[in-house]
Design a protein around this ligand. Structure first.
Ligand SMILES: NC(=O)C1=CN([C@@H]2O[C@H](COP(=O)(O)OP(=O)(O)OC[C@H]3O[C@@H](n4cnc5c(N)ncnc54)[C@H](O)[C@@H]3O)[C@@H](O)[C@H]2O)C=CC1
Ligand SMILES: N[C@@H](CC=O)C(=O)O
Ligand code: NA
Length: 443
């Protein structure tokens, strides 16, 4: 048995992820010590209530409500409380007292990342956050280290497990969103406030982190366009299936160059999160349940795909423990940590300037000339039609005019042109209702 140097590890939070970290740290203590080159001693676990009932049994003597004292005496602090405060203050205290930090807190990093990374730089410490994006999937380290010599041009991914789980069950079983969300919460996938998942905030935070790493640029959260899945109905899922698509919540991070709205030779980026139609034969369409997948297109490497569990206590704990081993190795080796690379400082373009394909579904009067009228409005708005499918609804009474449903697939169009055109369609007499407007990605 090697007599390793002991490193004191503080764990803040013992929920879905924290309790699994404590469990695995205990179960695999010897192996982890061999890999880290140090014995990782769990010095304490900060909780809100030491007497609260827990799914995973934790050593009672390690539980404390005094997070500050625990932090100050530790070499490595693992923050798994979530939320902004007191997580932010605890991480600052940890860095100021010479500890390295491991966190899964994307909400905090996407909003206060610069402040935290600067604080780490000042004291020569490191912040590790593999678990913050796409749970168990290694994606932070590949972007930060493995692809540091390449130029990433595009990332497209499913980065929220809860919404993928919900959409997949709506698609596969025709389930309702509310009932499936309750299951995602019970299984430990959802955020403490699941609005973060279903309204796309969690995916937007992850997109900001991914884009910052990929494009060596600090991407503030308010530069990320965000739409959630609460507007997605069973009818939209059925229509998507009928048309050969599935609806997925996507995060898209793009490098843009050679554009009229960006100065000559300069580059910009677009970072956005929205539900989109994905062709059923696209690999992202086969990402089921709580799994995530991230496609990375890099100039030299070409196309790379990262796939696996995007949420879940045990799965996410794997990424946290990987970071813990890295932090321990660095702590033993000494020297300053490697800071974030943000010098490229690329500007972000507004969603209105993004170019993509769309599917617009309309209910229109079923009478001669309507199709030509709709086509004219689209053409005037610089939106070019790729496909049109028409289905006729039976009149509801003898005096009622029938109505028709038009499903229009567009060629690539500028978002602003498309949205202004949809507004014009909505106001036109022949259009009874705009049923849905969805972007199409991945074909
Ligand atoms: N659950 C998952 O699948 C994943 C979660 N994450 C992130 O990991 C972090 C933890 O997530 P979960 O374990 O799911 O959350 P959770 O809500 O199950 O656990 C958080 C725990 O921290 C405790 N806590 C909160 N504030 C505290 C305070 N002031 N003092 C002491 N304890 C406090 C809570 O009582 C709770 O037990 C979050 O930042 C989350 O976004 C990241 C990837 C996946
Ligand atoms: N709530 C998140 C947890 C992991 O980041 C998700 O569902 O993806
Ligand atoms: Na990850």
């Amino acid at each position: 048995m090697i007599d390793y140097r002991r490193l004191r590890v503080a764990l803040l939070g013992a929920g879905a992820v924290g309790s699994q970290v404590a469990h695995l740290l205990h179960t695999h203590a010897d192996e982890l010590a061999d890999r880290a080159g140090a014995a990782l001693e769990l010095a304490g676990i900060a909780v809100r209530d030491v007497d609260a009932p827990r799914d995973v049994e934790l050593p009672r003597e390690l539980l404390t409500t005094d997070a500050e004292t625990l932090i100050v005496g530790s070499d490595i602090v693992i923050e798994l409380m979530g939320g902004i405060e007191p997580a932010r203050a605890h991480i600052q205290l940890a860095l100021n007292s010479g500890a390295d930090v491991v966190t899964a807190n994307k909400a905090l990093l996407a909003t206060h990342g610069t402040e935290i990374f600067d604080a780490a730089d000042q004291v020569g410490a490191s912040v590790y956050y593999e678990a913050a994006v796409a749970g168990a999937i290694p994606i932070i380290r590949p972007l930060r280290d493995s692809l540091a010599g390449d130029r990433v041009n595009r990332i497209m991914g499913i980065v929220n497990g809860t919404t993928n789980y919900i959409l997949d069950r709506m698609d596969g079983e025709g389930a309702e969103m509310a009932e499936v969300l309750a299951d995602a919460q019970r299984l430990g996938y959802a955020e403490a406030d699941p609005t973060a998942d279903v309204e796309g905030y969690d995916a937007a935070q992850k997109a900001a982190i991914l884009a910052s790493l990929a494009f060596h640029t600090t991407v503030p959260l308010d530069a990320v366009h965000r739409e959630g899945i609460t507007g997605i109905t069973k009818g939209m899922m059925d229509a998507a299936r009928h048309a050969g698509y599935v609806i997925k919540l996507l995060a898209v991070c793009e490098r843009l160059s050679g554009r009229a709205d960006v100065a000559d030779g300069a580059e910009a980026i677009s970072v956005r999160v929205y539900p989109a139609l994905v062709p059923r034969d696209h690999p992202l369409a086969s990402v089921h349940g709580v799994n995530n997948a991230v496609f990375v297109q890099a100039e030299a490497a070409g196309d790379l795909m990262f796939y696996g569990a995007g949420a879940g206590g045990m799965q996410t704990a794997s990424a946290v423990l990987g970071d813990l081993v890295s932090a321990a190795r660095r702590h033993i080796a000494g020297g300053a940590g490697v800071g974030e690379s943000t010098r490229a400082n690329l500007p972000t373009v507004d969603i209105g300037k993004v170019v993509t394909r769309y599917q617009v579904t309309l209910e229109v009067d079923d009478r001669p000339g309507v199709l030509a009228r709709v086509a004219g409005i689209l053409s005037d708005g610089r939106v070019s039609i790729a496909t049109v499918e028409q289905s006729i609804a039976e009149p509801t009474g003898p005096d009622e005019a029938g109505s028709a449903r038009l499903v229009i697939g567009t060629h690539t169009a500028v978002e602003q042109d498309l949205s202004e055109t949809v507004m014009r369609l909505a106001e036109d007499d022949v259009v009874e209702r705009v049923v849905s407007v969805l972007r199409v990605e991945g074909d």
